[in-house]
Design a binder for this molecule. Structure first.
Ligand code: BG6
Length: 606
């Protein structure tokens, strides 16, 4: 998954391209590159690694030109190297940048190589440059070439192509991967999302699947596959929030962990109606008609879905199926028992989740997008949007978006339960006021940084670690393990405490760190016995719990205490210490906390 940008009709456009790429670096940081053109030549600079490397190269050798393309890469096909970095240029005549996967690239490449084309990289994307070259060499104009290339390629794509003789023309196209065209005053832009363009223009055209467009400084002509002109509306997007800074923290992740009281409070406000009671985007009648929910998500968002399942089934007595988004549509799910699908995504762009939501929609389910990025593809395509208000999340490992998702999902569960008559208005308001107390409880829990630091230091030498949780804390154990994996590269696994004895307990040996989540809930006793079984085999029990439950595990080696909390809120509050533990372990290990290796903030390939 990569970030692409382009501009036509702007003097010294290289700086602008670089600035837009900075806003897309969350989409991949394996390598990057920019190509500009002066009307007779292409000038290109590419660099392996973060955008910083490209900035340095461009300072040393600035690029001239009034139009160009830029790219930041998350490698899919071909290793991380300069020759696999984008842009790709064919025969010094056509330059392209691409996000997505051209699934039939091998066949097309072989056909082109048979015709004498010389490929320079191992990527699937380079085939686009040679396909356009073949079109132009056969005398096609931009419009014809666009239609022809789209008719040949299969897969997911957002691309932009330029011919060296046509400095003011970009040909762009998309299928599944996001693409926005920015209309300026005598200048036009293209970007993987509006965020990359919002500081340049607020007039944005979103292409639909299998659309392509010929973009010039005057504007964009959009066509459907096959070449029929179509009209796509110009949307006015939110003004740019400017480049988000770290606000004095060492990392965006550290800042975002500290922003959780606000993220939870703002999300709660978005889920509270004018009369001060819980409300959701779904009308009461619609809530009442829901008789089954499919939750679709990836990564950390999937664990939020798993927590929500416990709440919704316990409170509203509505069956919930939690689906790993990348598995959902290919397993040919039986959807009859469900009437709604909730797609959970911080970015609103994860392609696995988007395609799963589309599949559920095509099967007749009402689709609800729980997203943190307004204007994202899932937000635009879902029947209804339930926003989290965590603000921009830059750190690749999700933190504040997760607790904001949990807050919105708990509000949704309570509103659904009340609408279904499973709880009364009094209980609804009780839980609502409990949630109101969360921001200050999280604030107190943020005071644990110093206490957790020595624990984190001791984990830096661990080869692996286990996370245990029972009932609604099981998904939080999974999230804790994911955080340690994502950030410190220590192999960690989360398990349901009760499941340990059926196999994973074999992993336990002397001193193996077992991070155990425990709340004073109805399964506390059972969970404590599971920890006893692990401790009996030499595990080092690191207990993360609320004060009043600590005594239940008096054999713990270390205890991290959060304020006493109602069991229904425990998954949200106990998430914070496991985030801090993973952050500090990574910090102590010196890994790249905000941009861990091999990851990207949201992945728009399947
Ligand atoms: C991964 C991110 O790419 O996508 C994770 O590294 C994230 O942090 C996952 O949880 C899902 O992303 P989203 O935006 O759909 O919630």
């Amino acid at each position: 998954m990569c970030g692409i940008v382009g501009v036509v009709g702007l003097d010294d456009c290289a700086e602008t391209l670089l600035d837009s790429l900075k806003r897309l670096e969350y989409r991949g940081y394996d390598s990057s590159g920019i190509v500009t053109q002066t009307g007779t030549t292409f000038n290109m600079t590419r660099a392996v690694g973060k955008l910083g490397a490209l900035s340095t190269a461009l300072r040393e050798t600035p690029l001239q030109g009034r139009s160009g393309l830029g790219h930041t890469r998350w490698a899919t096909h071909g290793g991380v190297s300069e020759r696999n970095a984008h842009p790709h240029i064919a025969d010094q005549k056509v330059a392209i940048v691409h996000n997505g996967i051209i699934e039939n690239h091998a066949k097309l490449r072989a056909e082109l190589e048979d015709k004498g084309h010389k490929f320079a990289s191992e990527t699937d994307s380079e085939v686009l440059a040679h396909l356009f070259l073949a079109c132009f060499d056969s005398g096609m104009d931009a419009k014809k070439a666009g239609a022809h290339v789209l008719s040949q390629i299969e897969g997911t794509f957002a691309f932009s192509a330029m011919h060296v003789d046509q400095p003011d023309v970009m040909i762009v196209g998309r299928n599944a991967s996001p693409l926005a065209i920015g209309i300026g005053d005598g200048t036009s832009f293209v970007g993987s999302d509006a965020v990359a363009l919002a500081h340049l223009t607020r007039n944005v055209i979103y292409l639909k699947d299998n659309d392509y467009a010929v973009v010039t400084p005057e504007g964009a002509e959009v066509f459907e596959v096959g070449g029929r002109p179509v009209n796509r509306e110009v949307v006015i997007v939110a003004a740019s929030q400017g480049m988000v800074d770290k606000g004095g923290y060492r990392h965006f992740m550290e800042k975002e962990i500290h922003e959780q009281p606000d993220a939870v409070a703002h999300t709660l406000a978005a889920m509270t109606g004018a009369e001060g009671t819980l409300s959701t985007p779904l009308a009461r009648e619609e809530l009442r008609s829901i008789d089954g929910i499919v939750m679709l998500a990836a990564g950390t968002s999937h664990y939020a879905a798993m927590v929500a399942r416990y709440w919704i089934e316990a409170l509203a007595r509505v069956p919930v199926s939690c689906e790993v988004a990348s598995e959902y549509r290919y397993r040919k799910p039986v959807t009859g028992a469900y009437s709604a699908a909730v797609a959970i995504s911080q970015s609103g762009e994860s392609l696995d989740t988007l395609m799963a939501m589309r599949h559920a929609g095509e099967a007749g389910l009402r689709t609800v997008g729980l997203v943190n990025v307004p204007g994202s593809t899932i937000a635009r395509e879902a029947d209804l949007v339930m926003p989290t208000r965590a603000g921009p999340e830059i750190g690749v490992a999700s933190t504040k978006a997760f607790t904001a998702q949990l807050t919105a999902l708990l509000c949704f569960a309570v509103a659904l339960a009340e609408a279904k008559g499973a709880i009364n208005a009094k209980r609804r308001d009780e839980i609502h006021s409990l949630i109101h107390g969360l921001p200050s409880m999280i604030g107190k829990t943020l005071g644990l940084f110093d206490e957790i630091r020595p624990l984190a230091h001791s984990l830096t030498t661990a080869r692996s670690a286990l996370y245990l949780g029972r009932d609604v804390l099981f998904p939080v154990a999974l999230e804790g393990a994911l955080k340690l994996k994502e950030l410190s590269y220590i192999h960690a696994e989360g398990f349901a405490s009760g499941e340990m004895k059926h196999g994973p307990i074999a992993l336990i040996e002397d001193g193996l760190p077992v991070i155990a989540l425990l709340a004073a809930d109805e399964v506390m006793g059972k969970a404590a016995s599971n920890l006893q079984e692990a401790s009996a085999r030499g595990a080092r029990i690191i207990l993360v719990t609320e004060d009043r439950a600590a005594t239940a595990v008096d054999f713990a080696d270390e205890i991290v205490r959060v304020p006493n909390v109602d069991p229904i809120l425990a998954p949200i509050l106990l998430t914070v210490p496991v985030q801090i533990l993973a952050y500090l372990t990574a910090f102590e290990k010196g890994t790249d906390v905000d941009q861990p290796r091999n990851l990207a903030k949201s992945v728009t390939v399947e």
